[in-house]
Design a binder for this molecule. Sequence first.
Ligand code: MG
Length: 251
Amino acid sequence: MIRVKTASEIIKMREAGKIAAGARALAGRLAVPGAKTSDIDSEVRRFIKARGAEPTFLGYNGFPKSVCISVNDRIIHGIPGSGRLRSGDIVSIDVGATKDGFVGDCAATFAVGDISGEAQTLIDATRQSFFEGLAAARAGNRVSDISKAVQTYAESLGFGVVREYVGHGVGKELHEDPEVPNYVQLPRKGADPRLIEGMTIAIEPMVNAGGSAIRVLTDGWTVVTADGSLSAHYENTVLITRGEPEILTRE
Ligand code: MG
């Protein structure tokens, strides 16, 4: 069931989104060579709590930390730990904040020190694929219009778009209906809802430098590229309006 948000709920979602976006930016600033990922997690948790919010991911389905930190060939759901970032790494940071019962969810991939041109191209393309999807996020369009825009852009550059994990509605819950895939199933089948004013969705392309196939590590969480290629992620929580979509996860 898709939950359309009221005006007062949207105000709360803006507040949660602002905190999540600030947390993402903080994590990006902390992602320097030598940084321990568990320290980034601690700093971000402090940042969120200091603003009267809760880290949405902590304890979600048993996730043990507040931030997902996924380095290089790790796509999503990496668990912060004692590992240290090194110059040349790319690091995907995914963070959620819950404030007054509403969630903001966002992610981005950051360069650690000096990275290769190929890695920077992947980061830039993943971010741009989000904005291609965002341009299609308009009342009257369907979810698959977003999916198609993301996929078309990313695949035109020869990159692989992850299938097994998708964007989603977001609001009181981190994951609400509808699913927002980054690819179109052909022939189009199943639910493909129309976008309406007041819907809030997380658009989140996960793009691999190589193939689209994934596997999950034995920790039960960390998702990596099957071929070992680099992967990048970019996500914002977005409000569907009568006109331009509004990014709710911004500082
Ligand atoms: Mg998400």
